[in-house]
Structure formats: structure tokens, C-alpha cells
Write a protein that binds this ligand. Structure first.
Ligand code: HEC
Length: 133
């Protein structure tokens, strides 16, 4: 094989390896992936001082009010770190809250649901441990 062919081969293999390797930035970062959705879709009602549903979701309060905190509507925690199916927040986003013994409406109240992709981000964040990163 000529050196040129060898070089082409080398880069082809390198490229295949790089594109198949899991990317470190696949995991969900709370401040980058979750809080912006809360700001855009939830904080209008869930803000310190108004606190609809007894829940403030603004940047300073969201993590402390969600992670391992009991829901006021069901026996589930709002966010159960490591288990999105046991997290009341996810049921409220999907509109399944009545099926898990909860109450009230699907969130965000009065407007269209989050996209599947957005809800999947919340689920990944919770299943990855609900870190405050
Ligand atoms: C238009 C106002 C409004 C918006 C927007 C809104 N909420 Fe709510 N939220 C409420 C009200 C009012 C309640 C209590 C009544 C109910 O559950 O229907 C509530 C309750 C909740 C609860 C239950 C709290 C508990 O302790 O059990 C969660 C969780 C919640 N909201 C999350 C969200 C999230 C996440 C968003 C954004 C994706 C959002 N909400 C958007 C008004 C709103």
C-alpha cells in the first residue's frame, strides 16, 4: 500500500471511531438544558412570591424545590433522583398525574405540552441523578 493510501485508510478508521464513540456532551446539564425550559414555560406562574402549586421554579429556587421534595398533590416526590417514573414532575408534564394519585392539570397549565424531546430531557436529567450542574 502506498503511503498516501495508508494515510487515507488511517483517517477513515479514525473518523469511524470518533463518530461512533459516545459523546461526553450527551448528558443533560441542569443549567443549560432544564432551567431554560422552566424559565420559558413555567416561571410565569411558578415564581417566588406567586408560587402557584406551592412551587417556585425560578433559577434560585427550582433545584431546592424539586429534587427529593414531596409533591403537595401526590405521595411521590416531585423529582426522585435516578427514577423518572417515580417523579411527580414527569407525570404532570405528560398529563398522567391522576393515574399516580395526583390532582390538578397537565403542566404547563393553560398552554401546549412540552415537546417529547423536552420531556425526554427532564427524564434523562432525573435518571442521571438530578444533579445541580
Ligand atoms: C399558567 C400558570 C402555570 C404554568 C405556566 C405552569 N404551572 Fe405548574 N401549576 C400551576 C398551578 C395553578 C398549579 C396547582 C394546580 C394544578 O396542579 O393544576 C401547578 C402545579 C404544578 C405542580 C405540582 C406541584 C406539587 O407540589 O405537587 C408541578 C410539579 C408543576 N406545576 C410544574 C410545572 C412545570 C414544570 C411547568 C412548566 C413546564 C408549569 N408547572 C407551568 C400553574 C402553572
Amino acid at each position: 500500500m502506498t503511503p498516501k493510501l495508508l494515510a487515507i485508510r488511517f483517517f477513515a478508521v479514525l473518523l469511524a471511531f470518533l463518530s461512533s464513540a459516545p459523546r461526553a456532551d450527551d448528558s443533560v446539564i441542569f443549567s443549560k438544558d432544564i432551567q431554560p425550559i422552566l424559565n420559558e414555560r413555567c416561571v410565569v406562574c411558578h415564581v417566588r412570591g406567586a408560587e402557584q402549586g406551592n412551587l417556585a421554579l425560578d433559577r434560585r429556587n427550582a433545584l431546592a424545590n424539586l429534587v427529593a421534595q414531596p409533591s403537595s398533590q401526590s405521595g411521590l416526590a416531585r423529582v426522585e433522583p435516578g427514577d423518572s417514573t417515580e417523579s411527580y414532575l414527569i407525570h404532570k408534564l405528560k398529563g398522567n398525574q391522576l393515574e399516580v394519585g395526583g390532582s390538578g392539570a397537565r403542566m404547563p397549565l393553560g398552554s401546549g405540552p412540552l415537546t417529547k424531546k423536552e420531556i425526554a430531557k427532564f427524564e434523562s436529567w432525573i435518571n442521571e441523578g438530578a444533579a445541580g450542574n
